[in-house]
Ligand binder design. Structure first.
Ligand code: TEU
Ligand code: CA
Length: 556
C-alpha cells in the first residue's frame, strides 16, 4: 500500500517566485515557503509540487536550468532547501520536485561544452543540425514563437530549442544523457524528496529525421516531438534506474498525449509513471477554431468539459490513474476561465468548480491561490507582463501578424500565464503580504477582497470549502476508489455524475450556469432517496432545482 499512497493524496503546486518573499527583495523564496508550511498543513494537503528551484538564468522562470543540483540565487541556498524539506517531512507533507529534462539552460555546463565545437565530448548531448540549402533544418515553431532552431556561429550549425533559445533540447537518444539525468534524479531521491513532476516528458523522444508537423499558417509547422517512438523505452529505463527504487509520486506533463497513449504512461503495473497531466481540457473549445493557437481560443464549454472528463474517467478505469487539475502556472485562473469571477458569483463558482473536480477519480492538484478563488489579473499594459511566452507572442502577433495591440492585449488578459503568476494574496496589507519589497510582478488589484487572512477563519470561505474537500478525500474511500458514471449527459447546465463503491453511491451535481435550473426527474428521485448531504456550496438545498453555480453532493 505504501507504493500507492498517492492515490488518496492531494497535491498543492507552489510557484516559488510568486508564493512568499521572506527577505524583501520582491521575489518569493524557499524560506518564504517554510514560513507558510503551517498554512498548507491547515489546508490539509499531502504533497507540495515545487516548480523549479534550481540554478537558472530565469529566461523561463526556472524552467531553464543551469545546475540541477544547486539552488537558484533568487530562492536561497541548499541549506534553505534542506530546512524546508525537513520541516515539511516533520509535518507529514511530501515534496515533489519539478524535473525539467527535455532541455537545459544554454548556461548549463553541458551546453557550454557542447557548443564549443563539433568535436566536443558533449556535442551529442544536444540536437545539432546543419541548415538545408541555406534554410533551417526544419520548420518547427518554438512554443515561444518563432523558429525552434538557433544558429550557432561558433560551429556553423543550428541547435533545437522547442521552447526559448536559451532552452536547448537534450538528446535523449544519447545514453550518456540518460545516465546523467538518472544520476541527478537519484541524488535528489537520496536527499529524501518524495517525487517528480516531469516537465514535457512526452517530448523527450524525437522522431527520426525530425519531420515537420501540421502547417500553422505562419510559415512554421507544429513540433512533432510529442509521444515519440522511444518515449516509453526511456521512461521505463528511468523507472528501472530511479523511480522503482523509492516510494515516489510521479506525474508526467504530457502535451500531445491522448487517452489511449495515457494508458501506457500511467499504467497500473508500475513500470512507468503514476499519472499524467493531459492537456485537452485546457486547450480551448473544439467548437470554434482559433486563428492564433491558444491566444484567441475560447475556453471549453461545460458540455465539452463533461465529455472530456468522462472520456478520461471511463478510459482509465481499472487500467490507469488520472491527475485532476484546473489550474497551474501555465494556465489562466479557473474561476475566470470556467467559472464566474464577478463579486456576486466568484465564491459560489469557485466552490462549484472545486466540487466538480475533487469528486472525480484521480489525484487532485490545487494551484497556489486557487483555494482562495484568486482570479485572472487582467493586466492591460504589456509593460506589466513578465512571461516570455506572452511577451514573444505580443511581439509576433503585433509585428508579423499586424494584429492591433489592444486585440492582442485582450488575448493576454484572458490566457497569459502571468494571470497565474501574480503574487499569492496573503492579507490586505501592502503587496498582499507577499513582500515588503517591490514585487517582481504586479499584485492583483483585488487582493484586499481576496486573501488568505480573510478566509482562514471563515467557515464559508473558498479556503474552508477546499479544506472540507481535502478532509473528505482523506476519509471517504468512495472518493478514491468509486467508479465514475455520467448522468444527464445532455443537460446544458448541470454536470451530474455518480461514484459507486459497493453499496455506496455519491451523487455529484454542479450547475455551471448563473441561472436557476430544474433537476431532471431521474435525479430528483435519487435525491429523494439520499441518506445525507456530503457537501454543498449553499446553506440549504432543493430536490427540484439548482441555483446559480450550485454544487451539492449526496450520499445515496
Ligand atoms: O510547459 C509545457 C507546455 O506545453 C507549455 O508550453 C504550455 O503548453 C504552454 O505554456 C501553455 O500556454 C512546461 C512548463 O509547465 C512551462 O512553464 C515551461 O515554460 C515549458 O514546459 C518549458 O519548460
Ligand atoms: Ca525573496
Amino acid at each position: 500500500m505504501e507504493k500507492l499512497w498517492w492515490k488518496n493524496a492531494v497535491v498543492y503546486q507552489i510557484y516559488p517566485r510568486s508564493f512568499n518573499d521572506s527577505n524583501g527583495d520582491g521575489i518569493g523564496d524557499i524560506n518564504g515557503i517554510t514560513e507558510k508550511l503551517d498554512y498548507l498543513k491547515e489546508l490539509g494537503i499531502d504533497v507540495i509540487w515545487l516548480s523549479p528551484v534550481y540554478k537558472s538564468p530565469n529566461d523561463d522562470n526556472g524552467y531553464d536550468i543551469s545546475d540541477y543540483q544547486d539552488i537558484m540565487d533568487d530562492f536561497g541556498c541548499m541549506a534553505d532547501f534542506d530546512r524546508m524539506l525537513s520541516k515539511a517531512h516533520s509535518m507529514g507533507i511530501h515534496i515533489m520536485m519539478d524535473l525539467v529534462v527535455n532541455h537545459t539552460s544554454d548556461e548549463h555546463k553541458w551546453f557550454i561544452e557542447s557548443r564549443k565545437s563539433k568535436n566536443s565530448a558533449k556535442r551529442d548531448f544536444y540536437i545539432w543540425r546543419d541548415g538545408k540549402d541555406g534554410k533551417l533544418p526544419n520548420r518547427w515553431e518554438s512554443a515561444f514563437s518563432g523558429s525552434a532552431w538557433e544558429y550557432d556561429s561558433e560551429s556553423g550549425q543550428y541547435y533545437l530549442h522547442s521552447f526559448s533559445k536559451k532552452q536547448p533540447d537534450l538528446n535523449w537518444d544519447n545514453p550518456e544523457v540518460r545516465r546523467a539525468v538518472f544520476d541527478m534524479m537519484n541524488w535528489w531521491c537520496e536527499k529524501g524528496i518524495d517525487g517528480f513532476r516531469m516537465d514535457v516528458i512526452s517530448m523527450i523522444s524525437k522522431r527520426e529525421g525530425l519531420p515537420d508537423g501540421a502547417e500553422l499558417g505562419n510559415g512554421y509547422t507544429s513540433n512533432t516531438s510529442c509521444d515519440g517512438p522511444r518515449v516509453h523505452e526511456y521512461i521505463r529505463e528511468m523507472n528501472k534506474e530511479v523511480l522503482s527504487r523509492y516510494p515516489l509520486i510521479t506525474v508526467g506533463e504530457c502535451p500531445g498525449v491522448d487517452v489511449e497513449a495515457a494508458k501506457k504512461y500511467a499504467n497500473t503495473d508500475g513500470s512507468e509513471l503514476n499519472m499524467i497531466f493531459q492537456f485537452e481540457h485546457v486547450s480551448g473549445s473544439q467548437k470554434k477554431a482559433s486563428r492564433f493557437g491558444k491566444w484567441d481560443a475560447e475556453a471549453m464549454t461545460m458540455p465539452e468539459l463533461r465529455e472530456n472528463f468522462t472520456k478520461w474517467q471511463k478510459s482509465l478505469e481499472g487500467c490507469g490513474w488520472n491527475s485532476l487539475y484546473w489550474d497551474n502556472h501555465d494556465q489562466p485562473r479557473c474561476v475566470s476561465r470556467f467559472g464566474n469571477d464577478s463579486d456576486e458569483y466568484r465564491e459560489l463558482s469557485a466552490k462549484m468548480l472545486a466540487t466538480c473536480l475533487h469528486f472525480l477519480k484521480g489525484t487532485p492538484y490545487i494551484y497556489q491561490g486557487e483555494e482562495l478563488g484568486m482570479t485572472n489579473a487582467y493586466m492591460d499594459d504589456i509593460a506589466d507582463y513578465r512571461d516570455i511566452e506572452s511577451l514573444n507572442a505580443y511581439k509576433g502577433l503585433t509585428a508579423e501578424n499586424k494584429i492591433p495591440a489592444d486585440e492582442v492585449m485582450g488575448y493576454l488578459r484572458n490566457v497569459s500565464r502571468d494571470n497565474a503568476r501574480t503574487p499569492m494574496q496573503w492579507d490586505d496589507s501592502a503587496n498582499a503580504g507577499f513582500s515588503e519589497g517591490e514585487p517582481w510582478i504586479k499584485v492583483n488589484d483585488n487582493y484586499k477582497k481576496i486573501n488568505a487572512a480573510e478566509q482562514i477563519n471563515d467557515e464559508d470561505s473558498v479556503f474552508s470549502y477546499y479544506k472540507k474537500l481535502i478532509a473528505l478525500r482523506h476519509s471517504l474511500d468512495i472518493m478514491v476508489d468509486g467508479v465514475y458514471d455520467l448522468l444527464l449527459e445532455n443537460d446544458p447546465d448541470i454536470y451530474a455524475y455518480t461514484r459507486t463503491l459497493g453499496d455506496d453511491k455519491l451523487l455529484v451535481l454542479c450547475n455551471f450556469s448563473d441561472k436557476n435550473v430544474e433537476i431532471a426527474a431521474e435525479v430528483k428521485a435519487m435525491i429523494n432517496k439520499s441518506k445525507s448531504i456530503v457537501i454543498q456550496n449553499y446553506k440549504d438545498s432543493s430536490s427540484d432545482e439548482l441555483r446559480a453555480y450550485e454544487a451539492i453532493v449526496y450520499m445515496i
